[in-house]
Design a protein. Structure first.
Length: 217
């Protein structure tokens, strides 16, 4: 899609009325001098959840500034775009979320949508985000340059959690897995009033207590 200002359209109309043969050349020259702004649109989101809609967008080699249409809050990289609709990003695939659950379409300028909920897109977007936003540097003393240093990760700087309760919590295999892959547990239904006291005066906190017991180990 090529966007022209009103002045550009006025010039084009005048040239069309005087010389239709020159129109293709005029269009090409104007597009080159004014800059072509390409836009890509989707009419449905590949990822649809109760609270947000999601998709993926490709940023071309060398990076680009993406500009999103509409007024919905857009989450991408480490930013939530509200009144500011543009963000400069490095090249690669990025996950995009629209914070409006009823959203049905989105347009972006500067990139192209990869509107498909596939494992390859998810992994590529996660790797790209990690490369640009989840890495840092540190200084290690007591070793010589070139010397091998054994290292192991003891804890993630961010929480990885699971949601579980009831028989899932009491399962020994699940308990072992939870401890290996997660550093927090969110109760499923347990802990909710409607679950712990489905009938007034009949309280059962067993599931919530099982979650608390596992987290205290």
């Amino acid at each position: 899609m090529i966007h022209f200002s009103p002045l550009t359209f006025c010039i084009l109309r005048r040239f069309v009325s005087t010389s239709r043969i020159l129109l293709p050349t005029i269009l090409l020259c104007l597009a080159t001098s004014l800059g072509v702004s390409s836009a890509d649109s989707i009419s449905n989101f590949a990822i649809s959840a109760s609270a947000v809609k999601g998709t993926f967008v490709n940023v071309p080699s060398g990076g680009a500034t993406l500009t999103f249409s509409g007024t919905d809050p857009i989450g991408i990289a480490d930013s939530l775009l509200t009144t500011t609709r543009s963000i400069a990003l490095p090249a690669g695939l990025w996950s995009v979320r629209d914070e409006k659950p009823t959203a049905t379409s989105l347009t972006v300028t500067g990139g192209t949508f990869a509107n498909s909920n596939t494992s390859s897109n998810i992994l590529a977007a996660a790797d790209n985000y990690t490369t640009h936003f989840r890495q840092g540097t540190f200084t290690l003393s007591g070793y010589n340059p070139g010397q091998s240093v054994p290292m192991s990760q003891l804890r993630n700087s961010f929480d990885i959690g699971v949601a579980s309760h009831g028989s899932e919590i009491s399962n020994v295999n699940n308990q072992t897995t939870f401890k290996q892959v997660a550093n927090m547990i969110a109760t499923g239904d347990s802990g909710m009033w409607s679950w712990d006291e489905p009938n007034q005066g009949s309280v059962n906190m067993a599931d919530a207590e099982a979650v608390s017991k596992l987290c205290s180990r």
